[in-house]
Design a protein around this ligand. Structure first.
Ligand code: HEM
Length: 484
């Protein structure tokens, strides 16, 4: 900030910032005290709406370095040469808590990563889990309502959570993951990240591949037990945010090894699981992860509100060579985020320093709106024009995807080995005995809080379908806690 006296927003010097202007020493305050009125009015407008989900978070800038030639799968320029570096901004978050909530919650962690590429910003808006609770965007608002505060009690209610999960058996895989050891990471640095959805990569020749992204933490996985998390939430609610900032301040830059799973387009139709179902993983034995790069976080934001609260990420922000898949959840998200940004930050949100492209510039004919900064100066605001404005390229970012059948509210198609429980059961059977004990304790502790037996029984029934032993032990644990 430049030197000089304190001023009003209009730059005029302020004479007194301790005493407001009154009619005589003991009299009422005068309307002509504009420094006071402006200060109070500005204060009243400090908050913007918090994110409807993922409100609580922290972010940092970093660098992505490509370590493997992937040009046979994608023509994205930032993925074109081994050794190439791209600036990034990553915002971590929890999902359900409000802006001031404690970091050490049992909740998925958001993983919103912006690549500032020379072909525009590419956003990968994932989580620290490879799967999700539901597979159709139409269920998302209902799902989130059950995670947030009840309209009557104003608190999160076990009844709502388990009622919804019990009636949405496709959630069984993600819920098993969430109540296992990885459900409460020790910090944002000690967890993996995932793009979660399947995305399209396409190469120069127009060939299509389906891809899943994995970011494996180089710090090692570290988690909190339920008891440790309760304690930490009390003594240091900002534990994850503080850990991230302080480690970067110390010069200990957290990093992740970036991997992809690649499926040639022709294999999707006959794969044993529906490859566009977000409640499923592609087992590594089917599509082994391939290491392609390294992500390092190395710079803290200077201003949390400007750079973290006002940061925006959209699954619809693609670059040439990368596109969406037919995953119904992803398709819903392509709409939801831009809409949220226009409401939460405003129509010119894309042009704030953290959000605008850093390695190229935005060239559109859209103009004006709330807080427009005049960046287009006198350039024409229509197209086609005869004045040399920007024009279309003629090549879509992604390749066409063949479709069949009539329109309709279709259920997501099942592939030969698909059901809602198979991968949840596999995950349970992979766990050590101690992990199983903790998983069942965590689940039973929460399920036992519901007010109705039918809700508890239906919830337990889903885990029984995943694995007989899982269901039996959980049922016994819930009954013991409910005193029957
Ligand atoms: C159809 C389902 C979904 C809908 C409608 C939805 C909607 C939203 C909305 C409206 C926001 C707030 C955006 C903002 O105000 O800037 C948000 C944030 C977020 N969502 Fe989703 N979401 C969905 C599913 C998912 C899934 C499956 C994932 C991860 C795999 C995910 C990850 C995130 C993350 C990481 C953020 C925080 C972004 C940030 O840091 O600014 N969401 N979501």
């Amino acid at each position: 900030m430049t030197q000089g006296p304190l001023t009003t927003e209009a730059g005029a010097p302020v004479a007194d910032n301790q005493n407001s202007e009154t009619a005589g020493p003991g009299g009422p305050v005068l309307v002509q005290d504009q420094a006071l009125l402006e200060k109070l009015a500005h204060f009243n407008r400090e908050r913007i709406p918090e994110r409807v989900v993922h409100a609580r978070g922290a972010g940092a800038y970093g660098t992505f370095t490509l370590t493997r030639d992937v040009s046979r799968w994608t023509r994205a320029k930032f993925l074109s040469e081994v050794g190439k570096q791209t600036e990034t901004f990553l915002r971590f978050s929890t999902v359900a808590g409000n802006l001031g909530s404690a970091d050490a919650a049992r909740d998925p962690r958001g993983w919103a990563l912006k690549f500032y590429t020379e072909e525009g910003n590419y956003d990968l808006v994932g989580n620290n889990t490879p799967v999700f609770f539901i597979r159709d965007a139409i269920k998302f608002p209902d799902f989130i309502h059950t995670q947030k505060r009840d309209p009557y009690t104003g608190s999160q209610e076990a009844d709502n959570v388990w009622d919804f999960w019990g009636l949405s058996p496709e959630s069984t895989h993600q819920v098993t993951w969430l109540f296992g050891d990885r459900g409460i990471p020790a910090s944002y640095r000690h967890m993996d990240g995932f793009g979660s959805h399947t995305f399209q990569w396409n190469n120069e020749a127009g060939e299509v591949f389906w891809v899943k992204y994995h970011f494996k933490t180089d710090q090692g996985i570290k988690n909190l037990t339920a008891e440790e998390a309760v304690r930490l939430s009390g003594v240091d609610p900002d534990s994850h945010q503080r850990d991230l900032r302080e480690s970067i301040e110390r010069g200990e830059f957290p990093s992740w090894t970036v991997q992809v799973q690649i499926m040639p387009a022709a294999e999707a139709a006959t794969y044993r699981f529906n490859p566009f179902d977000l409640t499923k993983v592609w087992p590594h034995a089917d599509y082994p992860p391939i290491e392609i790069g390294r992500l390092e976080l190395n710079r803290n934001p200077e201003n949390v509100f400007a750079e973290v609260e006002q940061s925006i990420f959209s699954p619809a922000h693609f670059v040439p060579g990368i596109g969406p898949s037919p995953d119904k959840m992803l398709q819903g998200r392509l709409f939801a985020y831009g809409d949220a940004h226009r409401y939460r930050v405003g129509i010119n949100a894309d042009h704030l320093p953290v959000n605008r492209p850093h390695a190229t510039e935005a060239r559109t004919h859209s103009r004006d709106g709330h807080l427009y900064d005049g960046r287009h100066k006198g350039a024409k605001n229509y197209e086609p024009n005869s004045f040399g404005g920007p024009v279309q390229t003629g090549r879509p970012l992604w390749e066409p995807v063949p479709v069949t059948g009539g329109t309709g509210n279709h259920v997501t198609p099942l592939h030969p080995e698909d059901d809602d429980f198979v991968q949840a059961g596999n995950l349970y059977r992979l766990m050590s005995e101690n992990e199983k004990v903790r998983l069942i304790d965590n689940l039973a502790g929460f399920i036992s809080q519901v007010s109705r037996d039918d809700i508890a029984e239906r919830a337990v029934g889903n885990f029984r379908q995943a694995d007989e032993d899982f269901g039996k032990r959980l049922e016994a644990a819930v009954q013991a806690l409910r005193g029957r």
